[in-house]
Design a protein around this ligand. Structure first.
Ligand code: ZN
Length: 261
């Protein structure tokens, strides 16, 4: 039954089958999930850059409660020439390295997508910003990626023990050697990304909101301070999450209204 799908997976991932697809095959559901992934990675036209798609997937996977998707897409990004540090910067600052074509525009688009998922209160506004910043074809492909990532994340969470154990850190089967600093990626993920959903970590680690536009930081009293001023005052283990400060939010809103006229 799953023979055609597994052949396509192997073709797309140059001879390898990522563990998550093997687990799906075992459970007899690969046929259901595979078309979602194929549509993002193989049938794409409006967003030709693989680096952009995997960057988006890495960022979206930080909303996941397991590290598998994050590691898998980091692996693909490293295959496309990203350094580990560039992946960390992508996740922390929602920016794409300048050597990637259209990095400024796509960085902004990734910010809108990430924040639309992060803050339901301003979702409608952010989706509007996203629509204005993209062509209808790009927007459609972005929606496909978000749907596929959500489905895969949910699946990986449910079958967490089979897809990834922290000790193994495998993204392929046990017989495959890969040279990826997986322990580093896992500890980065656990420190940065997994914390949003982990009560254990958030109770001991302070969280600061950083404005995605101007990089100012919100202090506990609600005031916004320049990064250089706020940073020395923050605990070393502070976690960052993105938002908009009031002036930036109002400016974006004004820009959107103008463009609508
Ligand atoms: Zn701001």
């Amino acid at each position: 039954m799953g023979a055609k799908a597994i052949t396509e997976v192997r073709e797309l991932f140059v001879g390898q089958v990522p563990l998550i697809f093997l687990v799906m095959e075992d459970h007899g559901v690969l046929e259901v999930y595979w078309p979602l992934v194929r549509r993002c990675l193989r049938e794409r036209k409006a967003i030709p850059e693989d680096a952009i798609i995997h960057a988006l997937m890495v960022v979206l996977s930080t909303r996941c409660t397991n590290s598998y998707c994050f590691i898998l897409h980091s692996y693909f990004l490293m295959g496309l020439g990203f350094t580990q540090e560039e992946i960390y910067t992508l996740v922390r600052e929602l920016t794409i390295p300048p050597r990637i074509e259209g990095h400024a525009r796509w960085g902004k688009i990734i910010q809108y997508i990430f924040m639309a998922q992060q803050s339901p209160a301003s979702r409608a506004k952010l989706v509007k910003a996203l629509r204005i910043s993209t062509t209808p074809q790009e927007y459609e492909e972005i929606v496909h990626v978000c749907i596929a990532m959500r489905a895969l994340n949910a699946y990986a969470e449910f079958f967490y023990g089979e897809v990834l154990s922290q000790e193994d850190g495998l993204i392929y089967g046990k017989d495959t050697q890969i040279s990826l600093p997986i322990p580093d990626l896992i500890s980065f993920y656990t420190r940065f990304a997994g914390n949003g959903s982990s009560a254990e970590a958030s109770s001991e680690q302070p969280v600061a909101i950083i404005c995605a536009e101007c990089k100012r930081i919100k202090d506990p009293s609600g005031d916004w301070y320049a990064l250089e001023i706020a940073l020395p005052k923050l605990a070393k283990n502070t976690l960052f999450t993105h938002g908009f400060c009031v002036p930036c939010y109002e400016r974006i809103e004004g820009e959107l209204e103008q463009r609508e006229r």
